[in-house]
Write a protein that binds this ligand. Sequence first.
Ligand SMILES: C[S@@+](CC[C@H](N)C(=O)[O-])C[C@H]1O[C@@H](n2cnc3c(N)ncnc32)[C@H](O)[C@@H]1O
Length: 221
Amino acid sequence: MNDLKKFYENNTKKNLNKWKHYFDIYDENFSKFRNKKITIIEIGVFRGGSLTMWKSYFDPQTKIIGIDIDPACKQYETKNTKIYIGDQTDVSFLQSILNENEKPDIIIDDGGHTSNQQISSFNFLFQELKLGGVYLVEDTHTSYAKEFQDRDDKLTFTDYAKVLSDELNDWYRIKNYKIYKQKIDQVDVSYWAKFIYKVSFYNSIIAIEKRRNEIPYSEIR
Ligand SMILES: C[S@@+](CC[C@H](N)C(=O)[O-])C[C@H]1O[C@@H](n2cnc3c(N)ncnc32)[C@H](O)[C@@H]1O
């Protein structure tokens, strides 16, 4: 059993509501950041349970930033845990948080879970994620529930992530892609092709890892 699952199993504070299969997914994506001083943003504080869980799992010097629309969540602020109250779709609010803190290594979206909230927060915050970082969206089963589909275009986050999986292959939609010059700034591919290393689909979670990709290149040797 990994340490996050152990934390959950031993927690009796009624402040942590998690699907049991999430712990292996977290550990798979986050274990490489353990024992490093990192910065985490979690959208969705609720009763502070997950913030405490991250604190127990990562290095004690790790800076945790919680975002929630509910002012009552401010009470969970501690030494290395800052809480900001506002709406996850409000880009100027998100920008003000970034202005005050280091760029995040991990972003977890466990906020309101509507399609528009998930897509708009991702579009803004992924660009601010550090290279090597992971953006993890929880509860993507909401993509299949009408009450969470609040966009005029009816796009869900799961639909959007499927499009991102095409975008990271944008290199091959260009004619003559084999003759790329070896300078990435001379290649007219999407931002997503340059910066998404992988999109991982799990049961109810989607995780996107950011890297500065190399121009794809193959030769016979
Ligand atoms: C599922 S709970 C978070 C649970 C917490 N991460 C945990 O694991 O213990 C979702 C939280 O998102 C917050 N929320 C809902 N809509 C939001 C929005 N538009 N912006 C920011 N937070 C929002 C709610 O107030 C609620 O506290």
